[in-house]
Design a protein. Structure first.
Length: 430
């Protein structure tokens, strides 16, 4: 099956699926493989459930069925098909990556741009070698542009994704200590994120949107057209001034000499840069200032990212989707200065830090010692290695038992940890 012929069949279908449990009528099924599954084995079932065609890479699963197409590698074919479709549609694409805040920033950018344009944005965190192609295959001629999020856990990941997505513009939210098991060092993280910059030097419009106060990114942005934002300096495209965070982020921003004020539903002063990034891109693409403010004020975070939840017993600041040293410190610092009473923190392990894990968790404890929280609970093996007297539990299940017996009440509770620690489950109890 040639790529061009397969593309004709894709246009006939209009959509793809990689999950044989979810087979929209008339879609095309791509039989991906994983460490514990072989999608080829479900090709026939996908057709029976509603798919029009299936794509496999093991000949034994074709079984003479003319609706099952054989290719050399299903994942590579999915990626090549997405790249071809991206070029056929041809709309501008903004590529976004970064250690922290990229999903929230992506959502804010999309919310702002939707005030003027028809936008496609990455759904959730479908930002890997499978998610990016699936996003691109949703492009259609009714759209004006797209915002494509790209994640990485190993060197070369971003290079691979930008080659598929071919972005015209780019933004790296920041660079921090995360996935060090895969990257090896901070320099490895920086080099990988900046593969987006490297691509734009050769392709696209050479334009990047950048936090002017990030010295690491400034040093890597030579030969690029930089549209800058920040809180200090007179030569910024968009400038912001932080307001009170009690608990929601408020701030002022200025563009072309005019100042505007925004009151968001975001928790954390660290979200100021995420909001400024969205404003900058909105201004660049001529979204009116009142519409930008409206978009930011309407946006409500979800998926356990910097969201405030009021329960019958407590106020929960839930930031339990991911955690690394940079985001952990930012969350604790913001919670420390938040003008609310009766503060309690529940922190879970930061995963994938490799040899740096003990030192990173020790630094969290050192910072906690400077805070005056009413109660601190640590969860997980890594915190257990360095704990020096704080309340500690091996996992979330053990903590659930204690909380169910002695429920905190009338507290503001920060819940922060890597997603695999499953701390988001604590919302049901607290």
């Amino acid at each position: 099956m040639t790529l061009l012929r397969l593309y004709d069949y894709f246009i006939e279908c209009g959509m793809v699926t990689t999950d044989s449990r979810h087979c929209p009528e008339g879609s095309m099924f791509f039989a991906l493989k994983g460490s514990n599954f072989n999608g080829n084995a479900f090709a026939e079932a996908a057709l029976e459930k509603g798919c029009r065609y299936a794509v496999v890479d093991e000949e034994q699963y074709v079984n003479g069925n003319p609706r099952i197409f054989l290719v050399k590698n299903v994942l590579e074919t999915l990626q090549k098909l997405a790249k071809l479709h991206r070029h056929e549609i041809g709309i501008p694409i903004i590529g976004i990556t970064g250690t922290n805040g990229k999903t929230t920033t992506k959502e804010l950018i999309a919310a702002v741009l939707r005030k003027k344009y028809q936008i496609l944005a990455t759904e959730g965190n479908l930002n890997n070698q499978i998610g990016v192609p699936l996003t691109l295959l949703k492009l259609n001629e009714d759209l004006d542009m797209a915002v494509v999020e790209m994640g990485a856990s190993h060197p070369g990941d971003i290079k691979e994704l930008v080659d598929i997505a071919d972005p015209d513009y780019g933004i790296i939210t920041n660079v921090g200590m995360a996935h060090l098991e895969g990257f090896g060092s901070f320099e490895g993280v920086l080099n990988t994120k900046c593969e987006l910059y490297d691509y734009l030097r050769v392709h696209g419009w050479h334009t990047v949107f950048m936090d002017a106060e990030n010295e690491h990114l400034k040093a890597r942005s030579q030969d690029l057209t930089v549209i800058s934002y920040g809180t200090e300096g007179d030569d910024l495209y968009v400038k912001g001034t932080l307001g009170p965070c009690d608990p929601f982020l408020t701030f002022k921003w200025s563009f072309e000499g005019k100042e505007h004020e925004v009151k968001t539903h975001l928790i954390g002063s660290y979200n100021l840069k995420n909001a400024l990034a969205a404003i900058t891109i909105g201004c660049f693409f001529h979204v009116p200032a009142p519409a930008i403010c409206e978009a930011l004020e309407e946006y409500v975070p979800h998926n356990n990212r910097s969201q405030l939840t009021e329960t019958e017993h407590n106020h929960l600041v839930v930031d339990a989707y991911n955690a690394n040293p940079t985001s952990m410190h930012a969350a604790l610092e913001n919670f420390r200065i938040m003008n609310v009473p009766h503060k309690m923190v529940i922190l879970g392990d930061m995963r994938e830090l490799g040899a740096s894990s003990v030192e990173a968790h020790q630094k969290v404890l050192e910072y906690l010692s400077t805070c005056d929280f009413d109660r601190v609970i640590l969860v997980g093996e890594e915190f257990g290695k360095v704990n020096t007297g704080y309340e500690h539990y091996p996992d979330v299940e053990a903590l659930k038992v204690v909380l169910a017996q002695h429920l905190p009440e009338n507290m503001y509770i920060l819940i922060k940890g890597s997603n695999s620690m499953k701390l988001a489950q604590l919302q049901e109890i607290l």
